[in-house]
Design a protein around this ligand. Structure first.
Ligand code: FPP
Length: 280
């Protein structure tokens, strides 16, 4: 039986309260978890040690996002291109993923987290597919954070699959090419019904999108930290959110338009408030 997320305590709770008070908590955060190999190399350890410690970062980030009220967290856990890594690293990563899913799902479920995946999951080892299938089914009715694991995922793959299905539907006559809208295109992507990320975080200081959510990141705020993923913990997540709260998201408009828009929204609010007191 799932409950709400286990709440933060002490100094951490204070920090979370301060974040909520200082501005909006992003609804959807997407993360490119990079730098596991470098983290291990700097310590003279095998690359898998970096991936191992990276699971700790995943655990802490998921927990903090759930507590803060973030609704969606998408983690780029394995890209289509990652299949080209040495076979040994790929199979160690798959084993690590399986272990993490087996170890963590109980706690995620108790914390009301819903698990989802995007990507070519049919390419994953059968054992991983089965575990994912069970975990997704088990957590499907949870209403807290939705944790989206991008596995064997790439943005171009996502768009190509969408284009194939759009073309097939156009051929079958169920959609009219001239009438296709952006919303319709979005509905053919693997992220259908998931709002676009508000904030995209990338670790290890690289300024690249690396074939992540190419369509969905169109208006996301980007935060890049030099910290390597295995060293990423909630303090850096809070820093990213603080940075996000200071940004002005214009969506192609000018600042004045945004201000008048929020004045209009404010006016609507006061109109509704007056009506609720005086009656229609
Ligand atoms: C990038 O570091 C990281 C990955 C390709 C894998 C990320 C996987 C995990 C953190 C563990 C499992 C995930 C979950 C969701 C439990 P890199 O190897 O590219 O590092 P480098 O650029 O320094 O070589």
């Amino acid at each position: 039986m799932s409950q709400g997320p286990q709440q933060a305590t002490g100094e951490d709770k204070k920090q979370q309260d301060a974040l909520r008070a200082s501005g909006e908590i992003p609804n959807h955060i997407a993360i490119i978890m990079d730098g596991n190999g470098r983290w291990a190399k700097r310590r003279g350890m095998p690359r898998i040690a970096g991936h191992n410690e990276g699971v700790e970062s995943v655990r802490d980030t998921v927990e903090a996002c759930g507590q803060l009220g973030v609704k969606y967290l998408t983690l780029y856990a394995f890209s289509t291109e990652n299949w080209k890594r040495p076979q040994e690293e790929v199979s160690l990563l798959m084993r690590l993923l399986l272990r993490a899913l087996k170890d963590e799902t109980d706690r995620l479920h108790t914390n009301n987290v819903r698990i989802r995946t995007i990507g070519q999951t049919a390419r994953l080892p059968l054992e991983v597919q089965r575990e994912l299938f069970d975990d997704i089914a088990r957590t499907k009715d949870n209403t807290g954070l939705t944790l989206i694991l991008a596995l064997s995922y790439s943005g171009r793959w996502d768009l190509t699959e969408a284009i194939k299905r759009i073309a097939a539907d156009a051929k079958a006559g169920t959609i009219v090419p001239e009438d296709i809208t952006e919303d319709q295109v979005a509905s053919y992507l693997s992220t259908d019904a998931v709002p676009d990320p508000d904030l995209m975080i990338r670790t290890s200081g690289e300024f690249r999108i690396s074939n992540f959510l190419l369509w969905q990141l169109a208006y996301s705020e980007i935060y890049i930290t030099p910290r390597l993923w295995p060293s990423f913990r909630r303090d850096e997540l809070y820093e990213a959110i603080r940075s996000y709260q200071k940004r002005e998201r214009r969506f192609g408009m000018v600042s004045e338009q945004l201000r008048s828009q929020s004045n209009e929204q404010g006016k609507g609010y006061f109109d509704r408030l007056i009506k609720s007191v005086t009656g229609p």
